[in-house]
Write a protein of this length. Structure first.
Lengths: 138, 138
DNA sequence: CAGGATCCTCGTCGATACTG
DNA sequence: CAGTATCGACGAGGATCCTG
């Protein structure tokens, strides 16, 4: 088949590295938001992303900027204004992320359901098996 | 434009929830591997994934199973044999993940480069600005 | 408004040892 | 082989306060 262990290792490394950034929840959010809205200010992002702390948003943006995915434009005004946008590379990432996004909203319900099924079964099994305790105490 | 804040919030929630699972490095790896190879045993996955601990692989597989993305088949033999595969929903996830995978290997180099550029600039700025210290100490 | 600095907590993960 | 159980270390991340 099409599986070469060597190339697999290399891809694995690249994925591993890239995933450390883009696999991050907030990064995906930021790229998604910027991909949809073009350009946003710090507090606009903060409001839209819902749950992100100021610290995390700052760090996320810095990392994305460092990786060449996000541009940071400072307007020397008062009050200060900083706008964030996607670089060309960032825009190419928006494609895959959108796919992921679509997948999420499409299958979210199914996942929630699968979880409750799994949990119900797990609980049932746990309840049906107090034997361990009985033996241990007997 | 096509941005509705309300639907955004909902999607944000769904993404947030889903990303907690699939945004996880190991989960992506596992789904990727299973997507490519069809079905794999525990230690096969462990060997292929390169760096995952036995504990993390177990947890990852349990979570994926719980979310209805991975099947777990136990063969009552000795020595024990357990095979993992993707569910139908899991297979649909393999698409988006493959996109991400491809993107990773395609842009990995550019990212590494962007980082070193950024770091070089950051270092230069830090070196060019000992004024703070000078003022503070003067 | 946009962030830097700090503290502190909670969860994550790896290592290890044991089981069926 | 395929796990479970436990512990300890570490770092991510939130809360808070402060600056330009």
């Amino acid at each position: 088949m099409s599986l070469h262990d060597t190339s697999k290792s290399v891809n694995c490394h690249a994925m591993s590295d890239v995933l450390n950034r883009i696999g991050d929840k907030w990064s995906v959010m930021v790229v998604g938001m910027l991909g949809r809205n073009g350009t946003l200010r710090f507090n606009e992002l903060k409001r839209m992303i819902n749950g992100v702390s100021q610290r995390m948003l700052t760090l996320t943006l810095r990392n994305l900027e460092r990786d060449g995915l996000v541009t940071r434009t400072i307007y020397p005004e008062v009050p200060p204004r900083v706008e964030y946008g996607l670089t060309e590379m960032g825009k190419t990432l928006d494609g895959p992320i959108s796919k992921l996004w679509d997948w999420s909203s499409e299958h979210h319900t199914a996942i929630i359901e699968a979880r409750s099924v799994y949990d119900a079964r797990a609980t049932a099994v746990a309840a049906a098996e107090p034997r361990k305790v009985a033996y241990a105490q007997g």
